[in-house]
Design a protein around this ligand. Structure first.
Ligand SMILES: Cc1cc2nc3c(=O)[nH]c(=O)nc-3n(C[C@H](O)[C@H](O)[C@H](O)COP(=O)(O)OP(=O)(O)OC[C@H]3O[C@@H](n4cnc5c(N)ncnc54)[C@H](O)[C@@H]3O)c2cc1C
Length: 491
């Protein structure tokens, strides 16, 4: 096997030398290194964790990415990719003194193949732009994170992102056929195949969800699906969150798989209705469930009747079927704007993300809500309920050190409760920096070792987004580079 290590003293660069080389690379739009310019890059959407990069480079093509990576290796400087920076687990938080490779200007659609229903795109393409571009062909790109008007395909691939329609269509991974990747030593390789006929080890699958630690995506071929002939969106109100969770389980138990089953609690409903995202949700409801069905007309109509009957069986206080696309869009506007609306509750928001078996949702949500109340914290719940994926959102003020400590405690407890209930640490936001040290709740050192072997065979020098996702063996915490460089990490 090729030794992928890049420690070569003969070609080494010091830091000023690195900046000079970066500025000389053809295909780099900008190199930023003034403190005022770097400030905006100190964190992703999880603003509690920060790092100070040496520089930010904005490549315009694959070769510029590869040259940047090679230059960083010559200087023994770590690097990481960033898309739109909407990540919520600190994945794109830069390591102190590292080079951040901002891919947002590599945002072109390279090819659309309507016959084979695929598109090949650059990593900085904004998710929603792809569906817009193929709409007139009757096609769409199914993975739809709620941040889809801002986040990029590269970030989605790195995080294996989900969204409201994951229940029926799956997360990002099954929609990714092939990747062009700059490896941590600067070599360019292809993983997977555009026709989907993967043979040998599924390295495409290994890469998707690797949180930017195995290399940098410079192009991706993704699947497109047909726009469904019929869509039916329903708003169902309940007078308890428990009843709503039970209704979700009953829908699946009866063999119906809606495109989406999204749940919001009382606090979320009120804050949405007070905000510019007001969607007409009933203010007196304790929970609102959005159900979306899609497919052929007969199938959608039959499922709609069955769902209405289940909702009444579970004592729904209102079942509203959107009469047209505008009303359906209004139902979704509230859900998709809910995180933004929470800015009305407190200056800071900690969007938590974990998964439990769907049937355990009622007790788990009640326990989490109780713990937050005991700690005097404001909590609002949004759930991709069909997937058992919870987003308990803690509203707080980071200027209050005591409140910060309580946020940290409740955050830790949420993960313990979910894992103890048979769940997992993240449904879609990834592990990043935020949950790296919680991996031990799910994995023994022996379980983690194969992940480290995979990592080290791609990145033996640990330069590509170090310190993310995989915890260091406990005994090596002090010395291991995976724990270096995030001096302002407060969690
Ligand atoms: C309001 C809001 C709603 C959200 N809703 C959802 C949701 O419904 N579902 C969901 O899954 N997430 C959601 N997120 C989280 C976030 O939007 C996703 O994780 C998204 O995929 C991040 O994309 P990005 O372009 O912003 O990536 P960034 O935040 O820039 O980076 C994320 C990770 O990807 C890596 N990366 C970026 N580009 C590349 C590349 N070219 N090659 C290799 N690695 C790369 C980075 O190093 C980092 O580790 C939400 C976030 C917000 C703020």
């Amino acid at each position: 096997m090729k030794n992928r290590s890049n420690n070569s003293a003969s070609t080494s660069l010091d830091r000023p030398g690195l900046l000079r080389v970066l500025r000389g690379i053809a295909g780099i739009g900008e190199v930023l290194d003034r403190p005022a310019d770097l400030f905006a890059y100190e964190s992703d959407g999880l603003t509690l964790m920060r790092g100070k990069p040496l520089a930010v480079v904005v490549p315009l093509d694959r070769n510029a990415v590869a040259e940047t990576v090679r230059a960083c290796n010559r200087a023994s400087v770590p690097f990481l990719a960033r898309g739109a920076g909407t990540g919520l687990s600190g994945g794109a938080t830069p390591i102190d003194g590292g080079v951040l490779i901002e891919c947002s200007q590599m945002n072109r659609i390279l090819e659309i193949d309507p016959v084979n229903r695929t598109a090949t795109v650059q990593p900085g393409l904004i998710n929603a732009k792809l569906s817009e571009a193929v709409h007139e062909l009757g096609l769409l790109y199914a993975p739809d994170p709620s941040s889809q008007t801002a986040c990029t395909i590269g970030g989605n691939i790195a995080e294996n992102s989900g969204g409201p329609h994951t229940l029926k269509y799956g997360t990002t991974s099954p929609h990714v056929l092939a990747l062009e990747v700059v490896l941590p030593d600067g070599e360019v390789v292809s993983l997977g195949r555009r026709d989907g006929h993967q043979v040998g080890y599924d390295l495409r699958g290994v890469f998707v969800g690797s949180e930017g630690t195995l290399g940098i995506v410079t192009a991706a071929t993704v699947r497109l699906v047909a726009i469904p002939k019929q869509v039916c969106t329903m708003l169902v109100a309940f007078d308890s969150l428990r009843a709503a969770c039970e209704a979700v389980s009953m829908v699946i138990a009866r063999g119906i798989v809606p495109a989406a089953l999204e749940l919001m609690d009382e606090r979320t409903i009120k804050v949405v209705e007070d905000s510019v995202y007001a969607a007409g949700y009933p203010r007196d409801a304790r929970a609102v469930l959005l159900v979306e069905l899609d497919g052929d007309e007969a199938e959608v109509q039959a499922d709609r009747v069955r769902i209405e009957s289940i909702m009444h069986e579970r004592a729904a206080i209102e079942v509203r079927v959107a009469k047209d696309a505008a009303e359906a869009a209004a139902f979704w506007r509230g859900r998709k704007g809910a995180f933004g609306a929470m800015g009305r509750l407190a200056p800071d928001l900690y969007v938590h993300d974990a998964v439990v078996p769907r049937t355990r949702l009622p007790e788990v949500v009640e326990e989490i809500t109780r713990i937050a109340e005991e700690e005097g914290l404001l909590l609002a719940n949004i759930l991709h309920a069909g997937d058992g994926n919870l987003h308990p959102n803690i509203c707080f003020d980071r200027r209050d050190p005591d409140e910060m400590e309580r946020v940290r405690r409740v955050g830790d407890r949420i993960l313990e409760i979910c894992v103890n209930a048979g769940g997992v640490l993240s449904g879609e936001h990834g592990i990043g920096l935020e949950k790296r040290d919680h991996m031990h709740l799910m994995f023994s050192e022996e379980d983690l070792d194969p992940m480290r072997w995979v990592h080290d065979s791609f990145d033996p020098d640990d330069r590509c987004n170090p310190g993310k996702q995989i915890p260091t063996p406990r005994a090596c915490t002090e010395s291991n580079p995976r724990h270096r460089g995030y001096d302002k990490v407060e969690f």
